[in-house]
Design a protein around this ligand. Structure first.
Ligand SMILES: Nc1ncnc2c1ncn2[C@@H]1O[C@H](COP(=O)(O)OP(=O)(O)OP(=O)(O)O)[C@@H](O)[C@H]1O
Ligand SMILES: [Mg+2]
Length: 501
């Protein structure tokens, strides 16, 4: 064929028929030529037969592979969807309430299981505890059982201890399961997988079906995967549940403490007021003459009683401020308030030979605030400035309209605040290391109270100070809004007794 020999066609004859070959030689030639024609096409035919069979076999294999891939894809998609649903349920629920419920119900629905529950370790008792909100279980004491980690009969305990999943086709007739609980849950097929966070086991996820032989090893893989992904969320939910509980207890304890502080302070106030009242009567000589020494001693008693009374007032104020009490706001003339504060502080300043000055720009706008509480701020700042001034110094109180508010500044040329102490100066009970330089008494509550009050007004308080050279405290409070009710005309005194030195 096409110049190539592809085979031989032979003929032979038996003895005594010599001429037969010669006779048929032409026919043989013809036959060979015919065969050549067939032979030319034959390999193609064989080839196509073979490739048809190959193709069919290949197609079968591909179809089988496609089927498998499809199944895997479907399974994977289901897993991804379930995981997505789980995380979605958690993210839509930042308060973390109901997270465990959401997860078990998603797991149960995606497996078409009848029951699903988390059993989590209670460190305090060493028990696995069925969590409320289990899927398919009544939320009653009987269903939500606890099981001790020492009970090796329990498949959940074994799963927890070994970290290996457990699968049974008929829990009610399986000696490896406590049949009592299986019957309680009315389930036959049970699947349990461990829950671990960074290798630390926190509990077990249990899924059950009323049908026998329900779960397969594929389910085991699937639930294990969910457990792996959900463990962190579950632990988060459990911790936040515990945190909420301890927060509630702390808030309760704090309320009791606040009640205690305010009751005790009130109980202190009443007798102190009567002590101070009667002391004044005696010192003023209204109950009979006193010699000089008696007067001096009683003066010391009065000073101490006043300090005690001031301290009690500060503690009461702070407990009210920390407790978030209501603070009325009216339209207020800070200039008038400042003048009154200076009058009240003047005698204290005079004792030390300190001069008080007031500078206020013309036409200050009113501010929005509480007269009583802003009065406390100005009084505290003035008292501090006098207290930490040297004999014969000057304290300047300045008021100025600044942008949206009125700024009050109290400047002294006293001992100043050491740089190292400046960051903590507004903390309660904090007093600077050089405070004894002037022998000034105090508790370290004044500035903490000031900061609370100014913040509650939506304002700001700050200071500049240089040790040995002086200090200026500033605070700013917002101007009054149009139509805000006006405050009462300035009252005489806010506090009967004054304190501090
Ligand atoms: N004008 C000031 N100059 C220097 N130091 C100051 C000045 N004002 C405050 N301080 C420092 O800040 C500390 C805290 O002040 P704060 O008013 O809170 O407490 P206190 O005056 O010591 O006591 P209290 O006000 O409770 O009677 C003071 O002890 C003092 O060390
Ligand atoms: Mg003070």
């Amino acid at each position: 064929v096409r110049g190539r020999v592809w085979g031989l066609l032979g003929a032979a004859q038996s003895e005594g028929a010599e001429d037969l070959l010669a006779l048929h030689a032409g026919a043989l030639d013809e036959l060979a030529a015919h065969l050549d024609g067939i032979a030319e096409r034959a390999p193609l035919l064989w080839e196509s037969e073979r490739s048809k069979a190959d193709l069919e076999g290949g197609l079968d294999a591909t179809m089988r592979r496609l089927d498998e891939t499809n199944l895997q894809l479907i399974r994977r998609a289901r897993e991804v969807r379930t995981l997505h649903e789980v995380t979605d349920a958690v993210s839509r629920n930042p308060a973390q309430t109901g997270v465990l419920e959401a997860i078990v119900s998603i797991v149960a629905r995606s497996l078409e299981a009848d029951l699903a529950a988390f059993l989590l370790l209670d460190d305090a008792t060493g028990e696995l505890v069925t969590q409320p909100g289990a899927f398919g279980l009544a939320n009653d004491e009987g269903s939500l059982y606890r099981i001790s980690l020492s009970n090796e009969q329990s498949s959940s305990v074994r799963v927890f201890k070994t970290g290996e999943p457990f699968l049974t086709a008929d829990a009610q007739n399986d000696p490896k399961v406590i049949a009592h609980y299986a019957r309680l849950w009315r389930c036959h097929s049970v699947l349990a997988v461990p829950l671990a966070v960074e290798g630390r086991r926190i509990g077990v996820l249990r899924v059950g079906s009323f049908k026998k032989n329900y779960f397969t090893s594929e389910h085991v893989d699937f639930v294990s995967l969910i457990a792996e992904e959900a463990a962190v969320l579950v632990e988060g939910a459990m911790l936040s549940r515990r945190l909420a509980e301890s927060n509630r207890r702390l808030a309760e304890m704090n309320r009791i403490k606040d009640d205690f502080v305010s009751t005790v302070s009130h109980e202190f106030k009443t007798p102190l007021t009567s002590i101070l009242g009667f002391l004044s009567v005696i010192i003023d000589g209204d109950s009979g003459p006193l010699n000089d020494e008696q007067k001096r001693f009683l003066g010391i008693v009065r000073g101490s009683a006043q300090r005690l009374s001031g301290l009690v007032s500060d503690i009461l104020d702070l407990s009210k401020l920390e407790g978030g009490m209501e603070m009325e706001a009216v339209s207020l003339d800070l200039g008038a308030l400042a003048r009154r504060a200076i009058e009240e502080c003047d005698w204290k300043a005079a004792e030390k030979g300190v001069k008080l000055t007031l500078e206020a720009s013309e036409q200050l706008p009113n501010v929005s605030g509480s007269e009583r509480w802003l009065g406390v701020v100005v009084e505290n700042l003035l008292t501090n400035a006098v207290k930490f001034s040297r004999q014969g110094g000057t304290v300047a109180l300045r008021l100025a309209h600044k942008g949206e508010g009125v700024q009050v500044s109290v400047a002294d040329a006293g001992i100043g605040i050491p740089e190292a102490d400046q960051a903590r100066i507004f903390e309660k009970f904090f007093r600077a290391s050089n405070r004894d330089a002037t022998g000034a008494p105090g508790t370290g509550l004044g500035l903490a109270i000031c900061r609370h009050i100014v913040n509650r007004h939506g304002g700001r308080i700050w200071f500049e100070s240089e040790e040995g050279r002086g200090t200026t405290f500033h605070f700013v409070v917002p101007t009054a809004k149009a139509g805000e009710p006006a405050g009462r005309p300035p009252a005489a005194t806010r506090r009967v007794e004054t304190h501090g030195g």
